[in-house]
Design a protein around this ligand. Structure first.
Ligand code: PMP
Length: 393
């Protein structure tokens, strides 16, 4: 009965990460392959008492259907947080979604017809590639590295295509950990400004900065075109599935229609609990705790890499977030390295799924948020041995 499936789903690859990792996770394996926040830092007790308070305070209404836009006090909190960062985002321009992942889906649904141009970072967030692929756009990949987006390449691509949408993660990007410097943002924005396209700034990691300076949101340069995506997944917990879209008014009207069609509204209970948690606790202090932990873990990974990896292997130096990106010499395959490393009981994600239609890339993603410092050192030593064995270094 396979021929019953719609083209849009048959074209989307299964999650490559899930496929390659499913057999690899043996006892004693050290995994840098995950993309999860550290569960030890979940504010379990505080969330538990917030839940009780919601049931006893709001009572039955928390279990009732609710508004498509989301729980008003939570939207007010998000708007106030933007105001603290100098961004004027009225409550009416904020839609609560089931994770920022749903934001990607809704934006694809509202904006993309078959074959529409979508500029995407390369490497780029796998979940966005997957979400947008369902709407069958023409992906227009543009390289990013520690200098931000390659503006020469972007200008060239904009000569050839008229994209409808840009998708970026300018702060502590997944998968590479890079942040676009302000000077690069300004140049990218100048190019985007000439187009008739929306520009998504997906920012789930933005608050997790452990060094360096805060960089300016694209909203500053592109007030009419920028769509901001946010999430409570990395700052509170991912299990509630709470994120949001902040979009210009005309786009927001369409997004609300798409949201109603998709699921009527985001889980009301989760929204009320997270809001209660925020009211009763110091979220910034909690974020500082996460930042301190991830910062130490990243330092441990970086110094172990500098000590043990062959000198030919380059790596990014993230100032926040959860990922570090390593580049093997040209021609080396991270997929082959994965096989050797899995035998040595250390895992990572080979770069391939973060590119559009490319295989045997020489890049890999290393996650440091879920592994303690001593284990990080051990894992990097194992990975360095695997690199020696791979040979072509
Ligand atoms: N965007 C990026 C860049 C991500 O890394 C993730 C989570 N891995 C998401 C969006 C989705 O996050 P959530 O749906 O949990 O908000």
């Amino acid at each position: 009965m396979n021929n019953l499936f719609a083209d849009r789903i048959t074209d989307v690859p299964r999650s490559f990460i899930r496929e390659i990792l499913k057999d690899a996770l043996q006892p004693g394996t050290i995994s840098f392959a995950g993309g999860l926040p550290n569960r030890d830092l979940f504010p379990l007790e505080a969330i538990s008492s917030a839940s009780e308070k919601v049931f006893s305070g709001i009572g039955r209404d928390v279990l009732q259907y609710s508004s498509s836009e989301g729980y008003e006090p939570l939207r007010e909190f998000i708007s106030a947080q933007y105001a603290e960062k100098g961004l004027d985002i009225p409550v009416g321009n904020i839609l609560i979604t089931s994770g920022s992942q749903q934001g990607l889906d809704l934006l694809g649904k509202v904006l993309l017809n078959d074959g529409d141009g979508l500029v995407i970072e390369e490497p780029g967030y796998l979940g966005a590639i997957q979400a947008f692929a369902l709407y069958r756009p023409e992906f227009i990949p543009v390289t990013v590295d520690e200098n931000g987006m390659d503006c020469d390449l972007l200008a060239e691509k904009l000569q050839q295509h008229s994209p409808k949408l840009f998708y970026t993660v300018p702060n502590f990007q997944n998968p590479s950990g890079i942040t676009y410097p302000n000077a690069n943002r300004e140049k990218v924005a100048a190019l985007v400004k000439k187009t008739n396209a929306y520009f998504i700034e997906d920012n789930p990691y933005g608050d997790l900065r452990f060094s360096g300076e805060h960089q300016t949101s694209f909203k500053h340069w592109l007030p009419e075109q920028t769509v901001l995506l946010g999430s409570f997944s990395k700052t509170v917990v991912p299990g509630f599935r709470l994120g949001w879209i902040a979009a210009p008014t005309s786009l927001m009207e369409k997004l609300i229609i798409a949201k109603q069609a998709a699921d009527l509204h985001t889980n009301q209970l989760s929204q009320c609990i997270v809001h209660q948690y925020i009211v009763d606790n110091d979220l910034n202090a909690h974020i500082r705790e996460i930042v301190a932990a991830y910062g130490k873990q990243k330092d441990a990974m970086q110094s172990a890499i500098e000590k043990h990896f062959p000198k030919e292997v380059r790596h990014t130096n993230p100032e926040g977030g959860m990922f570090l990106w390593a580049t093997l010499p040209e021609g080396a395959s991270a997929l082959k390295l994965f096989e050797i490393a899995a035998e040595k009981k250390v895992l990572f994600v080979p770069g391939d799924p973060f590119y559009i239609n490319q295989t045997h890339k020489n890049t890999l993603r290393l996650n440091y948020s879920c592994v303690d410092q001593a284990t990080i050192v051990e894992g990097i030593e194992r990975l360095a041995c695997a690199m020696q064995e791979l040979g072509c270094l």
